[in-house]
Design a protein around this ligand. Structure first.
Ligand code: MN
Length: 292
């Protein structure tokens, strides 16, 4: 087993708004070192760092829009989001919950701050990932995994060092809550100050971390503060994470799909032809209907 080193620690870029409810720092894709291929199959990462939204009678969010060819994964750290889609599905994602939506052949949906939460306002902090699907699954039937926090399996770190939530994949023999199309590990590290955890993933697995709270030190060397993104090299398997303060870290490690990516707006396919079909299907109402 060889050590996996840190390739880059990236600070958050200037935030922008998605609709009026998501104030996000975009980490993927963001330039040549973090293009859509680098973290394959994680092709997009938007991070709403902790931000206070004032009370609003009219919930903020993003209106009806389509997706095809991939999955959206929403991880709520603070605040509440309500979503509805064209197949009649919907639900509320609360603090600690994860929503794994397989858009696949296509859905229309809308995402807003939950009504009652919106009236009170408060701190809001979330991550949205786009997880690409292999060509053979891109046109499969859409589905949801609404993963409540109390159903996420946990590993308890030695000496009361905190816990590791296994959203997907596996850690120390404990299997995660979500079903995935391709092999991937998605973990929430909730480490007490000075606690340390070790990880080992195949070297070809694209691996990164996002510091949600506190600060960490990787391999007793590279330091990353809150809201920073750590891209790991593909030069080995093993690395350690030490909390230098009480820390929450989203850790992603996934097997690359290695297929061509043709992306435009809310559609991610393999070829230009398939993108044109997606736009055509959307424009001719084949994604169904959803009221604004
Ligand atoms: Mn969406």
């Amino acid at each position: 087993m060889t050590k996996r080193s840190v390739e880059m620690v990236a600070s958050p870029r200037e935030p922008h708004y998605v609709g009026d409810g998501f104030r996000v720092h975009n980490f993927i894709p963001s330039g040549f070192r973090l293009d859509m291929e680098r973290m394959d199959p994680i092709i997009m990462m938007d991070y709403n760092s902790k931000f206070y939204f004032s009370p609003s009678e009219k919930p903020r969010g993003v209106g009806v829009h389509p997706h095809r060819g991939f999955e959206t994964v929403t991880i709520a750290y603070k605040g509440k989001v309500e979503h509805h889609d064209s197949s009649g599905g919907g639900g509320v994602i609360s603090e600690g919950d994860v929503q794994w939506m397989t858009a696949a052949s296509g859905v229309l949906h809308k995402e807003f701050h939950e009504k009652e939460w919106s009236k009170k306002g408060g701190d809001f902090q979330m991550v949205q990932l786009w997880v690409n699907l292999p060509a053979k699954d891109k046109m499969s039937t859409p589905k949801y995994q609404a993963i409540k926090n109390d159903t996420i399996p946990r590993y308890h770190v030695e000496n009361n060092g905190g816990e590791i939530e296994i959203i997907a994949g596996e850690y120390k023999g404990i299997k995660g809550a979500a079903t995935t199309f391709t092999p991937m590990n998605m973990l929430n590290l909730k480490l007490k100050s000075n606690a340390e955890a070790s990880f080992s993933f195949p070297s070809n697995f694209n691996t990164a971390m996002l510091v949600i709270e506190g600060s960490i030190q990787v391999n007793d060397k590279d330091v990353a503060p809150t809201d920073h993104f750590i891209l790991m090299s593909n030069d080995g398997e093993d690395f350690t994470v030490k909390a230098t303060d009480d820390a929450i870290v989203l850790l992603l490690s996934a097997a690359p799909i290695g297929e061509p990516i043709a992306a435009h707006g809310p559609f991610v396919m393999n070829t230009r032809q398939e993108l044109m079909e997606a736009f055509n299907d959307f424009n001719t109402g084949k994604f169904g209907y959803l009221e604004d």
